[in-house]
Design a protein around this ligand. Structure first.
Ligand SMILES: Cc1ncc(COP(=O)(O)O)c(C=O)c1O
Length: 470
């Protein structure tokens, strides 16, 4: 920072003495000041300014993230943190990997934006790459800018497909406990009241119905004797809560914000079969689970099925804002030009970084590393659970791990405050973990997939200390 400022000063000096007149000197000094200003602010200034100038949409920890590399982040004051949430499951490749920075920088200077009115190279190549990485029936992509847009785009094409089949596709089924975004339809699909409260009818799109979440830990029935009743219930929902004309069912392969809830192995195949019997398209919302997070490129592979539409965002762009969905040739054919559009969607820089990111994750073995480090952490956490009454359940796949905390292992009363205090204490000791869950009592460990064994040991030691401290 100091060097940057120094460099600007030298430019000002040499320019002043050799070439420029008085007015330009003033302009150059102003440039110098405005470039220097942000660097001179400390974290308290930034936090104060944010309160003054930004809509208070976020509950933020008092850290001003300034720099990131791999699994590490640094505050403006230089404090180092190990990132155990990856910017909420976004920087799967780690913070700012050199190879992705290089690809993005090249593309920045080549072409920063291209409207949807023309073809561009990075977008097409990313679509081709995704067709090769997703289940074989999925071929055609649409790109947008976020997870919520991906979800809404996916439902929109499902409805259009129904219309081309002579049906209205009036209803959509989502899961209780799910999270699909914060726009009107995606928030309606989200199966948790806490995200909708205070918004009246905003999250009240017609035709959305919810089916039970496959949350074995809190289900009154015991798996496998339950015969996966939660999956079977989808049949009743179609029969009793809809006209039978349902466009799609949208599911997170593993529920993320809902508390890293992993359904039984046969859950998705069972529900998809019910959907097929009723001509209902199956949408896998891989916004959080996708791009290597669960130890597979896409989490639905863990369940051995191919959805009709798959959404993605978060980890796709390694931090660049890109989302999208991929679908079959047949479903894609139901859209005609003008049906859907996004000004920024498929931005060439985002697409170039996303394509490089997909290669990088595979070539560097980071998807495998996610499975390997994830398994190791799960084993150690299950051992820790033996000795700590506060851990109700440990669950997850790859580096998508949830630790549900309870006040009592018998009653399973959620330990919401303890969850927050463990997360806060971990921040103090230098590890950023997440929290979530329908009962707000789940610690979330979702670090960059480049996490090393040594780093995972460090995180587990900090976690053990924090859990023992409550
Ligand atoms: C499964 C899932 N879908 C959709 C979204 C919404 O994504 P975005 O915040 O990019 O709109 C999220 C965000 O957490 C998510 O986890």
């Amino acid at each position: 920072m100091f060097n940057d400022v120094g460099t600007v000063l030298i430019v000002v000096h040499s320019s002043v003495s050799v070439v420029f007149g008085r007015l330009l000197v003033h302009e150059l000094v102003m440039i110098h000041v405005s470039r220097r200003l942000p660097e001179m602010l400390d974290r308290d200034d930034i936090i104060k300014k944010e309160k003054e100038f930004m809509v208070p949409a976020y509950a933020r920890k008092e850290i001003v993230v300034h720099k990131g590399k791999g699994t590490l982040l640094w505050d403006l004051d230089g404090t180092e943190y190990i990132d155990c949430l990856s910017g909420i499951s976004v920087v799967n490749a780690g913070h700012s990997p050199d190879r992705l920075v290089k690809a993005g920088s090249e593309q920045l200077s080549m072409l920063l934006h291209c409207s949807g009115l023309y073809h561009n190279v990075p977008q097409t190549l990313l679509a081709e790459k995704l067709a090769g990485l997703t289940p074989s029936n999925l071929k055609k992509s649409f790109f947008c800018n976020s997870g919520a847009e991906a979800v809404e785009g996916a439902v929109k094409i499902a409805k259009k497909y129904c219309l081309t089949q002579g049906r209205s596709g009036a209803a959509v089924i989502a899961l209780e406990g799910s999270f699909h975004g914060r726009l009107a339809l995606s928030l309606t699909l989200t199966g948790q009241a806490k995200y909708k409260q205070g918004f009246g009818t905003f999250a009240n799109a017609p035709g959305v119905v919810h089916a039970p979440m496959p949350y074995c830990y809190r289900c009154p029935l015991a798996y496998p004797d339950c015969g996966i009743e939660c999956a079977r219930r989808v049949e009743d929902i179609v029969k009793y809560h809809t006209t039978g004309d349902v466009a799609a069912m949208i599911v997170e392969p593993i529920l993320g914000e809902g508390g890293i809830v992993v359904p039984p192995d046969e859950y998705h195949a069972t529900v998809q079969k019910i959907c097929k019997d009723h001509d209902i398209l199956y949408i896998a919302d891989e916004v959080q689970t996708g791009v290597g997070r669960t130890g597979k490129m896409f989490a639905i592979e863990l369940f051995g099925i191919s959805p009709d539409i798959m959404t993605m965002a978060k980890g796709l762009g390694a931090g660049m804002p890109i989302g999208g969905y991929i679908t079959t040739d047949e479903i894609a054919g139901s859209l005609v030009s003008g049906d859907h559009f996004s000004t920024f969607g498929g931005n060439p820089v985002c697409c170039r970084v996303a394509a490089e990111n997909l290669d990088y994750l595979q070539e560097e073995g980071l998807v495998k590393n996610s499975a390997h480090i994830g398994d190791k952490m799960m084993k150690q956490l299950l051992e820790l659970q033996e000795s700590l009454e506060v851990i109700g359940e440990v669950r997850g796949k790859g580096l998508m791990i949830g630790i549900e905390l309870v006040k009592d292992n018998g009653t399973k009363e959620p330990a919401e405050k303890a969850t927050q205090s463990v997360a806060n204490n971990m921040v103090k000791s230098g590890a950023l973990v997440g929290t979530g869950g329908v009962k707000k009592n789940v610690l979330r460990i979702q670090p960059p997939l480049c996490m090393t064994e040594e780093q995972s040991e460090r995180v587990l030691n900090l976690l053990e200390a924090a859990l023992k401290g409550i």
